[in-house]
Design a protein around this ligand. Structure first.
Ligand SMILES: Cc1ncc(COP(=O)(O)O)c(C=O)c1O
Length: 426
């Protein structure tokens, strides 16, 4: 999808601070320039400024109708009690660690070699904190961090906040192109210290790394002692095809694999609860690191999720999600084919939340198109938001999880109108 590209640890900020020309510069830390912000997260604020109806294909969030809201209301009445509104243990509430471990074991999400070992799990404040902990523990300023291209830039931005140098490795239908990683390393004599990957139902492309590439990635990491941050928020949301083993299944108890997971995509993002699955020694350090951030993840929310898991709520809920997301993905793929015949290429994921759409007309700039799209009442995230170098100007990410099929159709018709207007007016 692009060529390998590299960015020094000094790239410019995307979100420029307010003009301070009247007052002397503040004595910021050097990493200030590396706090590039998130176009993805900022889209929530952008949308709040509009009061007309907008079909939201932007943020990767489950729609309100996909949340187990009735269960939550009932369980909250039981567990939102005074003793659960205090500080909790940094590693997480034991009741949640137990319930999570049991759920992951019963759904084959932990390799047999790791089962029974609760010392690998640490409850985080969402997947984002898992990423922060990973990069904080393994990135020294100037270290090379490889990521996919396109990538989930909240991940690469986190690496940059620790002054990493970012190397973008192209992605195709089989995920990260490991050949490009190997070639770059051979050419420069410098292997990445950390490899950041979303191997399953990648954000933003929706693609899944093939088994041979997973094996080659592990081989590469072992040869160079690179840490792999395996970010897997969508893996359990497969609605088509055969499951592939996670990197941690292929290499159980591997201290080089730092697993980042979250409840955001299959329970609710606003609860801000996730977990990491890492070597116990790494977990001890992660506890220390987390203590400098927030002491503990939200305690009432941990109890809410624990009780929901104990009741078996996840099993039936995940089935509901898979069925709904399959319908929504089909609606979006068919709608794109019908409304943009021959004009776009779109990925065809077997799970997760996203389609990655590329306009054949390379002169279409999806950042420029965005204004017209919002006026027409549809939101997406422009392609350059998924590349630290700002590549993919003629691509965009659509989230199919957030709207029912008829609303998806409506949103795509609005996008069609926006593109027609944009092409006529430019
Ligand atoms: C690939 C990836 N990693 C991490 C996250 C962050 O998860 P959370 O919302 O739990 O912090 C997301 C959310 O969109 C994601 O898509």
């Amino acid at each position: 999808m692009s060529t390998t590209s590299m960015h020094p640890a000094t790239s410019a900020s995307q979100n420029q601070p307010a003009d301070q020309s009247q007052s002397p510069a503040l004595p910021y830390a050097r990493r200030r320039d590396q706090l590039v912000g998130s176009v993805i997260d900022a889209s929530t604020t952008v949308l709040a400024q509009y009061d007309h109806d907008i079909v939201k294909f932007g943020m990767g969030a489950p729609a309100p109708d996909m949340l187990p809201a009735a269960d939550f209301a009932r369980i909250a009445a039981q567990v939102f009690s005074p003793e659960n509104f205090t500080y909790g243990e940094t590693k997480g509430e034991p009741v949640l660690i137990d319930a999570l471990h049991e759920y992951l074991t019963s759904t084959d999400q932990i390799p047999p070699e790791q089962q029974g070992n609760r010392d690998r799990l640490l409850i985080t404040s969402g997947g984002m904190q898992g990423l922060d902990l990973g990069f904080k523990l393994f990135v020294t300023p100037g270290d090379l961090v490889a990521c996919e291209s396109p990538t989930y830039t909240n991940g690469s931005a986190t690496a940059m906040s620790y002054e990493a140098e970012i190397l973008e490795i192209p992605v195709d239908e089989e995920g990260m192109q490991i050949d490009a990683l190997v070639d770059h390393t051979r050419r420069t004599g410098r292997a990445p210290k950390v490899i950041y990957t979303v191997p399953t139902f990648q954000n933003p492309a929706g693609v899944t790394m093939s088994l041979p590439r997973r094996e080659r990635l592990l081989e590469f990491a072992h040869r160079h002692r690179s840490v792999i941050i395996e970010d897997n928020p969508y893996g359990m949301l497969r609605f088509e095809g055969e499951s592939l083993p996670a990197l941690s299944d292929l290499s159980p108890n591997d201290p080089l694999i730092f697993g980042v997971r979250t409840f955001s995509k299959f329970v609710a993002p606003g609860l801000r609860v996730g977990w990491i699955d890492v070597d116990p020694e790494v977990r001890e350090l992660a506890v220390n690191a987390k203590q400098t951030m927030d002491s503990c993840a939200p305690v009432p929310n941990q109890h809410l999720i624990a009780r929901w898991l104990q009741e078996g709520g996840a099993d039936s809920h995940v089935e509901v999600l898979r069925k709904a997301y399959r319908e929504r993905k089909v609606a979006m793929s068919e709608g794109l084919a019908r409304l943009f015949p021959g004009e776009v290429r779109a990925t065809d994921p077997d799970g997760g939340f996203f389609l990655w759409v590329t306009f054949e007309d390379e002169s279409i700039n999806t950042e420029d198109l965005m204004t017209t799209a919002l006026e027409e009442g549809v939101a997406y995230i422009p392609g350059p938001a998924f590349s630290p170098a700002g590549n993919f100007s003629n691509a965009l990410r659509l989230c199919f999880a957030s709207a029912a099929p008829d609303r998806i159709d409506d949103g795509l018709q609005r996008l069609r109108r926006a593109v027609d207007r944009y092409l006529a007016e430019r």
